[in-house]
Design a protein around this ligand. Structure first.
Ligand SMILES: Cc1cc2nc3c(=O)[nH]c(=O)nc-3n(C[C@H](O)[C@H](O)[C@H](O)COP(=O)(O)OP(=O)(O)OC[C@H]3O[C@@H](n4cnc5c(N)ncnc54)[C@H](O)[C@@H]3O)c2cc1C
Length: 499
């Protein structure tokens, strides 16, 4: 018998042994990793404890769950080989971008390996004599959004989806994420034209096209955007680019109460005011913002009144046209909703300091509660007509349950976050009050025809709410898709769906 035939027999019996031992033997993880490195000697595999810990938790408050190992593939070929071995041995694979997700998405709750995509770091644009000819870029899944925009800086174009965190484009596609700019440019679902990905059976698939419209067949790109690593591993993403606006004006507007601020946003949108960002911070968020700026001694940041405040951005080709929108917005806020202050600026340094502070708010909100190390982060999104009432009722709940919970969010989309900071020594009773607030918020959201997650995704933190949001028809269809593409349930098991 040839050595190859002998190897095939031993490899096949190893697979069946592994499937059996996975359930029964505590040495399984190290045996499996030994087998993986022996089978793929050129693959970069890490089992050092720092890598295991950082890849087993993301930014969430959910219990950490380390993977057996972290693999760092360099090519599609590497991924296909790993996927085939994992599939044979029924070992989970958890794709990993930058680990900034907040609902336990990357935690290895059923064991398995984490697959870090950082070596997929290419950026391709269609260029002729230094000019971009098509407003698109094909980007490796591991490229972060800040790096993409840095590399594009000479082209006059940029990638617009901005979740604040420096996430990877692959992770953002996988979570269907968005952020402050969605009010004008939409979410990842609106900005991804095509994908390349590898299915759980090791097949390479290319979906979508380079054209800005496409009505051919099932929309597999949209199926993968928001699939959170449960259907396959994305290796590249073709995204839309937009021109960097010539003129940008930022405004800050202070209100006496949260309800009026939220209502003002609804009116501005109804009047057709074009905003590129529209963020609302409640009074506690403004205190957290000031306290964080003081303690971090951030120079150049403005001390703000501690009242509900709108942060607005307007952009466009001609300054006059932009200022027309600013003026109507000012009128609505001051005259119709009795805002006490409305300031605006087009000066670049001031603008940057306003948004730098807004982007730090997640960490400012956690630090606002002394000793807090993480937080339950809510992510409700409702029709605009219900936004004011939902945000005001949540702020009431925070008072009623006597906890710290700054509320802020993307008011122009009807999406906001209540950050409920957690300390390691919190009593069960305190934590249960936080969960009650989160649960009340989600139930109200669903009653209003909204969603339990506007941008963060389900991970395993929101699994229980999906059937309530969608009902049996949708849930069965999702399970059928998952089962047919991933019958062994190796792709990020225990996320989005439990079965
Ligand atoms: C301070 C802060 C602010 C934030 N603000 C926002 C916000 O405003 N809007 C918003 O949408 N989100 C926000 N987030 C959440 C987070 O940034 C997004 O969910 C982001 O999309 C995660 O990207 P990532 O690269 O970090 O992915 P990871 O956290 O590494 O992974 C997230 C999920 O995607 C999967 N995945 C990652 N890469 C791939 C791939 N190549 N193929 C298949 N699956 C993959 C993973 O398996 C996992 O399920 C915020 C987070 C923080 C910490």
């Amino acid at each position: 018998m040839s050595s190859i035939a002998r190897w095939k027999i031993s490899r096949n019996s190893f697979f069946s042994l592994m499937r059996h031992e996975r359930r029964s033997k505590s040495s399984f993880p190290s045996d499996f990793i030994g087998f993986l490195s022996h089978s793929l000697p050129s693959l970069h595999i890490s089992t050092n404890s720092y890598d295991l810990q950082t890849h087993g938790r993301g930014e969430s408050h959910h219990p950490h769950a380390n993977p057996y190992a972290v693999v760092f593939p360099f090519s599609e070929q590497d991924i296909m080989q790993v996927v085939k071995i994992c599939s044979e041995c029924s070992v989970p694979i958890i794709p990993y971008g930058a680990g900034t997700s907040v609902e336990g998405h990357v935690n290895a709750i059923h064991g398995g390996i984490s697959m870090n995509m950082k070596h997929f770091n290419f950026i391709q644009v269609h260029e002729c004599d230094g000019n971009i000819t098509d407003p698109i870029a094909k980007v490796g899944a591991g490229v972060t959004r800040k790096r993409l925009n840095y590399e594009l800086r000479h082209t006059g174009m940029h990638f617009v989806v901005d979740p604040g965190a420096d996430a990877t484009i692959g992770g953002m596609a996988a979570c269907g994420s968005s952020g402050t700019t969605a009010v004008k440019y939409g979410t990842m679902k609106d900005n991804v034209l095509g994908l390349e990905f590898i299915l759980p059976d090791g097949t390479f698939v290319k979906s979508g096209t380079n054209s800005l419209k496409n009505s051919a067949g099932y929309d597999l790109t949209s199926l993968m955007v928001g699939s959170e690593g449960t259907l396959g591993i994305i290796t590249s993403v073709t995204v839309k680019l937009h021109p960097i606006p010539e003129n940008i004006v930022n405004a800050i507007c202070v209100f006496n109460d949260l309800f009026s601020a939220a209502e003002a946003v609804v009116h501005m949108k109804q009047c057709g005011i074009q905003m590129s960002r529209c963020e609302l911070l409640d009074q506690i968020s403004m205190s957290a913002y000031n306290k964080y700026n003081d303690s971090a001694n951030q120079q150049g940041l403005i001390e703000m009144e501690e009242k509900p405040t709108l942060f607005l951005e307007f952009d466009g080709l001609a300054l006059n046209a932009v200022l027309e929108h600013v003026n109507v917005a000012r009128k609505i806020c001051i005259e119709d909703f009795k805002a006490s202050d409305f300031r605006f600026t087009s000066e670049e340094k001031e603008r940057h300091s306003i948004w730098a502070a807004r982007h730090q708010l997640y960490y400012a909100a956690i630090r606002y509660r002394q000793g807090a190390t993480s937080a339950i982060v809510t992510d409700a999104c409702v029709p605009l007509s219900k936004f004011a009432i939902l945000m005001a009722e949540t702020a009431e709940d925070v008072k009623k349950y006597d906890v710290i919970g700054p509320c802020f969010g993307h008011a122009g989309d009807g999406n906001f976050h209540c950050i409920l900071p957690l300390r390691d020594d919190d009593s069960e009773e305190y934590i249960s009050r936080l969960h009650t607030i989160n649960n009340n918020l989600i139930l109200r959201t669903l009653e209003f025809g909204g969603t339990c997650t506007g941008e963060h995704g389900v991970g395993y933190g929101k699994i229980e709410y999906l059937p309530q949001q969608y009902g049996n028809g949708c849930m069965n269809m999702m399970k059928t898709i998952k089962r047919s593409l991933d019958p062994r349930n190796i792709m990020n098991p225990g996320k989005i769906l439990e079965f």
